[in-house]
Design a protein around this ligand. Structure first.
Ligand code: TXA
Ligand code: MG
Length: 332
């Protein structure tokens, strides 16, 4: 299959492809998504096939309004309505009771469904012009870091999907927060672009799925149980200060390893390849996946990163880093 790169002038083509049941990668404000008609079983099959995604991992349906969200659920509880009002369009996926309109492949047979209204003009344009709810997981091969540029999507999926709508680099850089509103109080199943603090300021206390902190608990979001974001090199999260980090890197180099390090601006550490996370947790979110993908283009075989704070979007960045590290933590 030839994968077409679509720009603003040829959006009509992307609309036509989606209406015909093809799958098209589209930019959102978080990461690129691989979109298909959520009510068309053949389209949804194509999404799973292109990504190599396990069929027990449900997809998020993207809508362009609260009204359109009603098409897919039995009802919208008050707490969810308040979240939509406060954070849509935006990086918040809300789990509600499904009414069966979406293909059962989208919900992976669950009686719930995840809905989100993305805050990106091109994604909203595609949803509105097709008139469809668009099922869209992140547009990466399963297990790889989510794509934050059209080049990342092309690297993973070229030849496997009909088209890529090029919207440049995404803004937030980590995926949406997933919150389950079928339970009281609601539970965050995946931390993401909208922070726990922001959510609690609108609806009061929420819980965190225990699986986010406890190793042995089974996560309620099926996708959170899979290995994710892993670079080809061994990634280790390091507790301790910069001199401990430098010591680890020096030791690794002395035993013949090529080393990589993820650093914030102003952190002076020497390694074979360094990738900058910028000067804040927001820039770290934007750059994390690109850094992980860049290391794959080098001969680095050991990557180190210092552990992060869980404040704000830090909760999401830290979650992705620990997943990418497969839980490997080095302590002084
Ligand atoms: O920012 C995002 O959310 C991006 C963009 C493209 O919108 N999408 C995304 O989709 O990250 P995906 O498929 O890579 O991750 C969706 C997550 C998975 O962990 C999945 O298990 C969970 O949401 N999920 C979806 N539907 C669910 C449901 N009904 N119950 C529990 N978890 C659900
Ligand atoms: Mg994903």
């Amino acid at each position: 299959m030839k994968t077409e790169m679509i720009d603003l002038q040829t959006m009509d083509e992307a609309v036509r492809l989606l209406q015909e049941g093809e799958v098209v990668a589209m930019p959102t404000e978080t990461v690129y998504g691989l979109a298909g008609d959520a009510t068309n079983e053949a389209a949804v099959r194509r999404i799973f096939a292109a990504k190599g995604r396990p069929s027990d991992n449900p997809l998020i349906v993207h809508v362009a309004s609260v009204e359109q969200a009603h098409q897919f659920v039995t009802h919208i509880p008050d707490v969810a309505a308040r979240l939509m009002e406060a954070f849509w369009p935006g990086a918040l996926t809300i789990i509600l009771e499904s009414n069966g309109t979406a293909s059962t492949l989208v919900t992976a047979g669950l009686d719930t469904i995840g809905l989100r209204m993305p805050d990106h003009p091109l994604a909203l344009q595609l949803i509105e012009a097709t008139g469809l709810g668009l099922a869209a997981p992140s547009a990466n091969r399963s297990g790889k870091p989510s794509p934050t540029s059209s080049a990342h999507v092309a690297y993973d999926l070229s030849g496997r999907i009909a088209a890529i709508v090029d919207g440049g680099e995404t803004g937030i850089g980590v995926e949406s927060t997933v919150i389950d509103c079928t339970m009281t109080p609601p539970a965050i199943l995946r931390p993401g672009g909208v922070t726990r603090e922001q959510i609690e300021s609108v609806i009061g206390p929420v819980t965190l799925d225990p699986a986010l902190s406890m190793k042995d608990a089974t996560p309620k979001a099926p996708g959170m149980k899979y290995t994710h974001y892993a670079p080809e090199a061994t990634l280790s999260v390091v507790e301790g200060d910069l001199s401990f980090l430098q010591q680890l890197i020096d030791d690794a180099r002395q035993t013949g390893h090529k080393t990589g390090v993820l650093l914030f601006d102003g952190e002076d550490v020497d390694a074979d390849v360094r990738c900058s996370l910028g000067n804040s947790m927001e820039t770290a979110a934007q750059r994390l996946y690109d850094c992980l993908r860049r290391f794959d283009q080098t001969t680095v075989d050991q990557i180190f990163v210092r552990d992060l704070s869980e404040e704000g979007v830090g909760l999401a960045v830290r979650n992705r880093l620990h997943k990418a590290a497969g839980g490997r933590v080095i302590r002084p």
